[in-house]
Write a new protein. Structure first.
Lengths: 247, 247
């Protein structure tokens, strides 16, 4: 059986409501649903979802009926923060999609010394839309918080691991230690902060600052991965080592 | 120090040679190298590399001198075969790039029952170019073999795990077992074959066939990942669990 179509709604309350144009288009044009057809409505910010169906169509306007909202079935249960240094714009879109599918709870675009590009004004809003769309596609009921871009040093300090159940990792291809060496800590960790460098990597000063803040330097392997690959590979590695973001 | 520019050469022999137009453009236009500037030439098929420098420029023609070739420093030391069911064309490009960076030694495009697209004529040639380009960028000295597309059932049989040191994995979001459960086998495995389904997933018949051929069904997590994400996340997971492709 095909899973039901999922649609993010801003205000998920029991009863009838009119859809906005984007949601209406998605249900009736992309998926060709009609009156009586069921779907799942979800509120990614509150991590709620509800059974719903189309109540009536009137031209382009679509009236739907939602049942009582319930907590989303698939939502992240551990804090997984990805601090991703800014690369070219379309690459960050791909990284946010990967991070959402693989359980990140917060995504922080950071500007490092070797970031080749300053963030543009509309970037954060676009990344938030990308995260919601990725949550819809993969069946996740919540969505990572996407921060405004900030200086790497500031993010490193604010999100540094504090306490026994917090792990901070700085991905660095030249690190002596592999991610696999962190299996024991990851298996019992309640939160992970992951630092992913820009193309060109972290500077020696940035690495020293992260170490001083309690981050461990680990390598995924000896090669220099592209920004689009490294986040997915690292989050796949965390999950394999027992830091299963969805429980 | 910036790593040296790497250029794939078809015939890597000691002595002087003229570059083809693409390699000449790359060295002198993209990277603006001139006479005397060093670079690394590599033959991704034979996994050889050599120190080299530009000997002379004559208009668009570039003469280079290569020292004696040596085995490439970073090359895959374990067999890692990715059988990727065909999705949209540009997605396969991204998957081949990820697979190359993360140590695949062979990439097999497969046509499954739910593959929404038949492979086009030029696909294999393009994927081979993508693999060489990814090897150049990430510093890998060899390149995965890219097969012609074939039926999934045929690939599943030919590449099935045989013997104690071979592991076959079928990635299936609904599997009861997680990838992490394979840590012991992966740590001592000499080869891994990974089956990645199309959008829409494997059919029950395809799953049963893979199980009968000795593949274990494992999930990366409860969500349905996009084709572009799943390969990178799975290979990151394998590396984290001790199947380090580059040793």
């Amino acid at each position: 059986m095909r899973p039901l179509v999922r649609v993010p709604l801003g205000a998920l309350v029991e009863g009838e409501q009119l859809l906005d144009a984007a949601a209406a288009h998605y249900l009736t044009r992309v998926h060709r649903l009609g009156p009586g057809d069921p779907f799942v409505a979800f509120d990614p910010v509150l991590a709620l979802e509800a059974d719903a169906h189309i109540a009536a169509l009137a031209g382009p306007r679509v009236r739907v009926r939602c049942e009582a909202p319930r907590p989303a079935a698939l939502r992240a249960v551990r804090a997984l923060v990805v601090v991703q240094c800014v690369a070219k714009a379309d690459k960050l879109d791909a990284v946010v999609r990967d991070a959402t599918e693989l359980g990140a709870t917060r995504f922080v675009p950071a500007v490092a010394e070797r970031s080749q590009r300053r963030p543009s004004g509309g970037m954060t809003a676009r990344l938030r839309r990308v995260a919601v769309e990725a949550a819809r596609q993969c069946g996740r009921g919540d969505v990572p918080v996407v921060d405004e871009p900030r200086a790497l040093a500031e993010a490193v300090e604010e999100l540094a691991p504090r306490g026994d159940a917090a792990v901070g990792l700085c991905l660095e291809p030249s690190a002596a230690e592999r991610l696999a060496a962190c299996a024991r800590e990851l298996g019992r960790a309640a939160s992970v902060t992951l630092l992913v460098g820009p193309e060109g990597g972290f500077t020696p000063g940035e690495r020293a600052h992260a170490r001083a803040q309690g981050y461990r330097e680990v390598a995924l392997g000896p090669l220099v991965l592209r920004a689009e690959t490294v986040c997915a590979a690292a989050l796949g590695g965390l999950a394999a080592l027992g830091f299963a973001p969805f429980g």
